[in-house]
Write a protein that binds this ligand. Structure first.
Ligand code: HEM
Length: 483
């Protein structure tokens, strides 16, 4: 809007004066009939929507996905149908624990949420910059996240809360190791890899299922900040990653990621589990590249900044449940929990009809009998608002889009794998991959918060480092100056 454009009320009525309230005499008081003043103040009071309960601070951009390799034998999803085919995308990167105004350089995983506006609906891959997660059961997620937020009494972040939780959940050690390594403070959002993290499935035209993990390899190269630089930048430029991403796209320096895939049949995963003891659907584990090599798929590029941060980046609503025909889920318990959690969060955070907003609406025909509710922008017009019951025998087999049934194993119940599952080897492998300097950084980064926890928590956590690798435990003790 230009400065000299006529201002109107939200109902389009020209506003006579946007600078001087109507008052009884030059001193006031003000008159209730100044509807423009009242509407202006009322709307201002309602500008904020609840921030995301996690991943509140973030940056987003539009882009393009281009297929470079044929994976038609793995999936019938139409976005992969031809080499060279392009699909419009939207991405949002974020930190996890901090509030909307928190610093971009905090030690935290980074969200890596991608939307593909395909011709058969929106596919959302809502991942992180890490291939694993801290826990393997969604029932622990609210407790885990509370330990990353502020202490209810002091309103301060608390190393005691964090390590009290982690030290009793050894499955977290793998990601704790990554978090406290140099990769815990990426240098902006362009210089990090992304991961779908969970095991998903792909289904081809013959109705055959394979399990996959998605990888996004940065073409900008990995760059991380030292702990000292991250702390300095948090003070000097808390919006460092936003500035970096927005600026790069604005000057035409479009960031790109190579999209790659690990692929395994159910039989291959069974064999791998029998050999390694690792559940392939356990999100605290990775599939080693030597067992399941990365296959190239395409290029993901970001090339357009949103025009309106609130409308597009703040109100975008990603959901891991958004999978298009030719794709499916897996028995990963964390993924199963997330299939519920996101849409539910957005019904509260953005509203009943959040999918009507331009950034969330599919860019393909959309029909259903959902009607009404607050802010129903596309309400189906005069079309019939109920579905009639299909003929007997017309229901699809399997899950419905040509994918086979999912075979089940064992009976229903609650299963605690602790003490039976190996939560140490992969964490140790990650430690052993680091250079000597990176190991020193990891141990120093851990020593900071661990020097603030009580001895019981400290000893419990040190025992985990020892079990992953005795050099890991020794390194942290050295950094803490304890024998
Ligand atoms: C059971 C475990 C989890 C639950 C219950 C959960 C729940 C949530 C919720 C409620 C939101 C806010 C959604 C919104 O308001 O739009 C969110 C955001 C997010 N979560 Fe999770 N989450 C879980 C695990 C994970 C994991 C394992 C990853 C990555 C692999 C992840 C990545 C993200 C990302 C990237 C966002 C931000 C999306 C955006 O940019 O809008 N979450 N999560």
């Amino acid at each position: 809007m230009s400065q000299d454009q006529q201002i109107t009320t939200a109902s389009g009525i020209p506003v006579a004066d946007n600078q001087n309230s109507i008052s009884a005499g030059p001193r006031g008081p003000l008159l209730l009939q100044d509807f423009h003043l009242i509407e202006k103040l009322q709307h201002f009071n309602r500008e904020r929507i609840p921030e995301r309960v996690v991943h509140a601070k973030g940056s987003g951009a539009y882009g393009t996905f281009t297929v470079t390799h044929d994976i038609g034998h793995l999936t019938k999803a139409k976005l992969f149908s031809d080499i060279g085919k392009q699909t419009a995308t939207f991405a949002r990167f974020s930190t996890v624990g901090g509030e909307r105004g928190s610093a971009d350089t905090e030690r935290d995983p980074r969200g890596f949420a991608l939307r593909f506006y395909t011709e058969e609906g929106n596919w959302d891959l809502v991942g992180n910059n890490t291939p694993m997660f801290f826990i393997k059961d969604p029932i622990k997620f609210p407790d885990f996240i509370h330990t990353q937020k502020r202490c209810p009494r002091s309103n301060l972040k608390s190393p005691t809360m964090m390590f009290d939780f982690w030290s009793k959940a050894p499955e977290s050690l793998h990601q704790v190791t990554m978090l406290f390594s140099d990769r815990g403070t990426p240098d902006g959002y362009r210089h990090m890899d992304g991961f779908g993290s969970h095991t998903y499935s792909l289904i081809n035209a013959a109705g055959e299922r394979v399990y996959v993990k998605w990888h996004f390899k940065t073409r900008q190269g990995i760059k991380n900040l030292s702990a000292a630089d991250a702390a300095r930048i948090a003070g000097e430029d808390p919006d460092y990653a936003q500035r970096d991403l927005f600026g790069a796209i604005e000057r035409g320096d479009f960031p790109q990621w190579e999209v790659r895939l690990q692929v395994a049949t159910e039989q291959q995963l069974d064999d791998w589990e029998a050999r390694t003891g690792w559940n392939p659907f356990d999100l605290t584990k990775v599939w080693p590249h030597r067992d399941f090599p990365l296959q190239p798929v395409g290029i993901f590029e970001l090339n357009r900044n949103p025009d309106n941060y609130h409308a597009e980046v703040e109100q975008v609503a990603f959901s891991p449940a958004n999978a298009v025909p030719g794709m499916g889920y897996s028995p990963d318990k964390m993924l199963q929990g997330r299939l519920f959690a996101y849409h539910d969060a957005q019904l509260y955070r953005v509203g009943t009809n959040h999918q009507h907003l331009p950034v969330n609406a599919p860019r393909c025909p959309m029909h259903n009998q959902q009607r009404d509710g607050t802010m129903a922008v596309h309400n189906g017009g005069a079309a019939q608002n109920y579905a009639t019951v299909n003929a007997v025998g017309s229901a699809p087999r399997g899950m419905g889009h040509g994918e086979p049934e999912l075979g089940l194993r064992g009976g229903a119940g609650r299963f605690d794998g602790r003490g039976m599952e190996d939560d140490y080897t992969q964490a140790g492998n990650l430690f052993r991959l680091l250079t000597p300097q990176e190991k020193l950084n990891l141990c120093a980064n851990l020593a900071g918060p661990l020097s603030q926890v009580d001895d019981e928590i400290l000893q419990r956590q040190l025992a985990h480092f020892d079990k992953a690798d005795t050099a890991y435990g020794a390194g942290v003790r050295d950094a803490l100056n304890i024998k």
